[in-house]
Design a protein around this ligand. Sequence first.
Ligand code: PFF
Length: 471
Amino acid sequence: MVATSSGRDGWSSRTGFVLAAVGAAVGLGNLVRFPAEAAANGGGAFVLFYIFCILLIGLPIMLSETLIGRHGQASATESVKKMAAESKASSAWTSLAGLGVLSAFMILAFYCVIGGWVLYYIGIFVSDLFQSGVTGGALVGMTPDDIKAIFPGLLENGGLMAGLDAVFILVTVYFVARGVSGGIEVASVWLMPAFFVLLLGITIYGAFGGAFSEAVTYLFTVDFSKLTGPVMLAAIGQAFFSLSLGVAGMMTYGSYVGRDVNLAKTSTMISFADTSVALIAGLCIFPIVFAAGLSSEGGLGLMFDVLPHAFQSMPAGSLIGLAFFVMVGFAALTSSVSLMEVPTAWAMGKFGLSRHKAAGIVASLALVLGIASAYSFNAISGFHPLGFIPLFEGQGVFDALDSVTAKLFMPIGALLTAIFVGWVADRRLIDSENGLTGGLHQFWRFLVRWLCPLALTAILIVGIFPSVLGG
Ligand code: PFF
């Protein structure tokens, strides 16, 4: 265990922190959601605006979250409470972190179910590798209809999904229970480089064997007439999800950072890495999809339905398919570890529990909610826990967890963070933590005080009343 100045367990180095935070940020959002959103929202125009959002909205909020954590050197709620007290502000601001802890827990519950699906596909491609061999295409002997039936077949099987969810949660809790430097950092330091190698390897493979130039044109040809209101809002929402903002995660990770680290620099590195991975993921996935003559599809179908078809017709398809899902598994695991750490750190601070106990309780509760999510695709699909609210009408447990957090809790959490750091907290505290000077400092302050709250309010309004944009 490596202790920070406050005596708590902490990152062993700046690189350890950056890799862990990149691990938290890079996940299913980069690999599935980004390509799907880009495809649904006009390609290049969306991508360009997305990069603006990362720079002007995501990055300033990431710096705000990490500086609250680093200043507090405690769980997210304790850190906000401390900063509020030192700024002579109401302790009610603590609720912004409380909401984040709740969101992280809710996301954890359904994120691990998807992690379980990834395990299932890893299993499929491992057994396929034995049957089809290394050089041939994947899933030999299966008709397109057989392949199409894999994903719906999995969604029908609540028991299998619950079991796979349990395995994914067990792996996650293993790292969280081992602590910050001895567990979370170790996972990221090993898995993130492995992830990058796999991502680059598959992308280069696709560049030679796939429809690379078609993918480049698709992602980077900017047609400004496509930059409409809904497209801009989709880009802001994607930027937040991808950088893991608004769920107290970056506050929690920031609390393990030493005082010598320049948070403006690390926030820039993390955002840069996350954005690069999203762009490379687009260049990894689309050439494979296009080369197989398939069309891109939104949502989870792109990964779990379209790609397996594409691997079938590819040379060494079983191996590439296996490498692909192992890569997705690594990215999802480092994100689920970060999600579990938020409520674990909170429970340790709030109830004085040991890390093992806190992580065990969080994991068990996440499993209960995960099992309900798994069965919400089949046995209890008619149960709509928030069906009485029009925004969540007709949504089962899995979908409700996803929409409540993405449409409400994450943007509210980030909005409150921007207001707290920009308007409420003592300016001297903020200035001593943010690592910025001169014009850049003024610019960051302007973004946190004005642009971020306005953009987040817009996301919230459109999320709650889609009809505002005619959606
Ligand atoms: N940023 C993750 C992704 O892109 O998949 C999702 C996520 C992880 C959101 C952790 C929030 C979080 F706290």
